[in-house]
Design a protein around this ligand. Sequence first.
Ligand code: AMP
Ligand code: GLY
Length: 361
Amino acid sequence: LRKNKVQVFAPTREQAKIEWSKAYAMRIAEKYEIPGAPAFDVIESVKELEKLGAFSRKFGTSFVVKADGLMGGKGVFVGGDHFHNLKDARKITRQLLERGPVVLQEKLEGVEFSGHYIAGGGVFFTCPYSQDHKRAFEGDKGPNTGGMGSYSDESHSLPFLSQKDLSQARKIAEAVFEAVKKETGSGYTGVLYPAFMKTSAGIKWLELNCRFGDPEVVNILPILNDDFAEVAYAAATRKLKRISELEFRGVATVVRYGAPKGYPEKPSSGDLIKINEKEIKKVGRVYYGDARLEKEEAGVKTIKTMESRTFAIFAEGKNLVVAKQKAGNAFKSHVEGEYHSRGDIPDFNRIKRLKRHFGIK
Ligand code: AMP
Ligand code: GLY
């Protein structure tokens, strides 16, 4: 595209390596001293397997084994969760090495959240912070999924984050932009989405993505007051400076996915779901995923489930209680059929525990 003089709202392939090679991301973090990075090592081949022993002497089983490249969320093995001793970690590492390098990371303990930043022409803007819910079932149980839903509060933050946390997160993003510019010789254009972890030692990060998160993007774009096409074009043409700041409406947002029953392990595809779009549009929005349209009548769509997440409902409110309730009502009153969704997004008891744990008022 760029060769053909098309303006692109995305990093170059070389810059996008921060997402498609975890080893590259960690090495850049080390070289440019990006704050909040976990301790790491890279195993290039079985000859270097002894690095695993050294890592384990330092961290016990409190470490994570990751495939270097993109594995659709299936290349990450967490100590204490997916393996419980060095022998099993070695087995996993050997298997992953058949497909490429392996990254070892210190296991970070805390609560995960997502940051999104839009950059171009030497400036960058912060989007609302949000939290994905990756586990299939309520109470964060069950297997990992593509993401069952996410939320963001009316101050564009999360209730368990302090101002200091937000400024630490932003500093990490700034350091990533600077590092990428130094390393690749050109400024970053597009979206940076670090997966952050709030730990007892401050804000850390686990990985860097160069795109919007799914479902988190649905917490962000519907409440953007500016025209997103204009923002993207300004960033692509390095004129983002002309916009003084992105403007987001001051509302809390909740996104919940509906997925086939049995998702992700044994998705029941071919089930019919009736979605009363006309009614839902009065309180929120519907987005479709892996769905086939069967019928549409008077604002009611009948869709068929496939293998992956079928549809998402977005709702907003003056606070999280209202937004959660609206999303819940939309599912209860305006969606009929066989599907699976999580009703605990967000879980206010969990939020209360986290606030107490981190001493947030
Ligand atoms: P990733 O694909 O790197 O985002 O990893 C998938 C999931 O594994 C993350 O959402 C975390 O829950 C977990 N994870 C990855 N890296 C770490 C780490 N260094 N410490 C703790 N958990 C991690
Ligand atoms: N929210 C998870 C992802 O988009 O990778």
